[in-house]
Design a protein around this ligand. Structure first.
Ligand code: OSB
Ligand code: MG
Length: 390
């Protein structure tokens, strides 16, 4: 299934990309006009290329404590030297040495993505097939069902408008960001305007247990789930909230390892898992979580971090696993970047609300070098101006 990989070079490309929309969450605006990321490019001695993305959603720490600057430092000074010391790389090893660098899951995900896409490219198979083999899965999807994640809007009319447009385009599941004071009344209006839509909300940790009565009112709106209502990294309080609600809770920010997912399950803190490969430190842990959830019949979907086509291709490959049974936050390219740094763009099939998993070898999409260079210039300019970046 796997083989050895000999790396020739690893390049880091810090980039900044203009986004077509920003996403207002309960904690901060995400993906505002220029969104940063770090691309990891691996060249193998056999001439294959692999790509990964440190999928930051802002310049400042917020969703995660990591920033593009911490990722550059941790990759350049620790993770990459450690990796190159272990040549040739056996891709089917357990990767436990990665845990010696604590934390920094977004950086680790980008590095592992680059290695696994390079390994898939060398074997002339799509990344999705390699992930399927890693997971020991008997089959995989060729299309992934997706919804759209919508930010907090300035008013109710703008909210209804922001929902109507993607629905007209064929998106079937809407995730509305909420926050304290922008919740029950808004969701009631949405439900009235769109009685049939598959609807969910994401609070990004804005509530506490004291808000339980308010959150209970959400049971009236037939929501698919409530995502991460309580504290960043909290599991225990969620276990006290879930029994008070009919609506299933889904954890995002609180789940960083398969152990956390197990704890969520054992405590009854949530019934659904938002699996973000960035948040859990890469595809190895993601596959482990997928396995646990399949064994315990916990529905999984793959969340989004406003990825460019690189991270998006990797996330779609992960989402092709059989246990990913709910619509993902992996919308079409035109909802994020026009143009993206990869070609061809990911497009929505309106009849099925799905996006095709790449079938080409490795990443399965082409990285457009000129656009990466432009995005590197934009990064340098912004970083020097705002962060004393040398
Ligand atoms: O909580 O899922 C989240 C974006 C930035 C930070 C946190 C979240 C999100 C999203 C984006 O919801 C989903 C997407 O990539 O479309
Ligand atoms: Mg979330």
């Amino acid at each position: 299934m796997f083989k050895e990989l000999s790396i020739e070079t690893i390049l880091l490309h810090p980039i900044a990309m203009p986004m077509v929309r920003s996403l207002d969450t309960s904690f901060a605006t995400q993906g505002a006009f220029l969104r940063p990321a770090v691309l990891v490019e691996v060249q193998t001695q056999n001439g294959a290329t692999g790509w990964g993305e440190v999928a930051m959603t802002a310049w400042t720490p917020g969703y995660s404590y990591e920033t593009v600057f911490t990722a550059l430092h941790v990759l350049r000074d620790f993770l990459i030297p450690d990796l190159l010391n272990r040549q040739p790389i056996k891709t089917d090893e357990k990767w436990t040495w990665l845990h010696r660098v604590r934390g920094h899951p977004f950086a680790k995900h980008a590095l592992l993505s680059a290695i696994f896409t390079a390994a898939a490219a060398e074997q002339n198979i799509p990344l999705a097939q390699l992930i399927q083999e890693m997971a020991g899965a008997g089959w995989r999807r060729d299309r992934v069902e997706t919804g759209i994640s919508l930010g907090i809007q300035p008013g109710i009319d703008a909210t209804l408008e922001a929902i109507a447009q993607p629905l007209a385009e064929g998106y079937r599941r809407v995730k509305q960001k909420i926050k304290r004071g922008w919740d029950v009344d808004v969701v009631r209006e949405i439900r009235q305007a769109f009685p049939e839509v598959v609807l969910m909300v994401d609070a990004n940790s804005d509530y506490t247990l004291e808000d339980a009565d308010r959150l209970k009112q959400m049971d009236d709106f037939d929501l698919l789930m409530i995502e991460q209502p309580l504290g960043y990294e909290d599991i225990y309080d969620h276990s006290r909230l879930q029994p008070q609600l009919k609506t299933p809770l889904c954890l995002d920010e609180s789940l960083h390892t398969a152990g956390h997912v197990q704890l969520m399950h054992q405590l009854g803190a949530g019934k659904i898992v938002n699996l973000k490969p960035s948040r859990v430190g890469g595809l190895i842990e993601a596959v482990k979580i997928h396995q646990f959830c399949e064994q315990h019949r916990i529905p999984v979907w793959v969340g989004g971090m406003l990825e460019t086509g690189i991270g998006r291709a990797v996330s779609l490959a992960l989402a092709s696993l059989p246990g990913v049974t709910l619509p993902c936050d992996l919308s079409a390219t035109d909802k994020y970047y026009r143009p993206d740094i990869t070609e061809p763009p990911f497009v929505l099939d309106a009849a099925t609300s799905t996006i095709a998993v790449p079938t080409g070898p490795g990443l399965g999409v082409r990285v457009v070098t000129e656009r990466v260079k432009d995005a590197e210039k934009a990064f340098e300019q912004h970083a020097k101006q705002h962060f004393n970046f040398q």
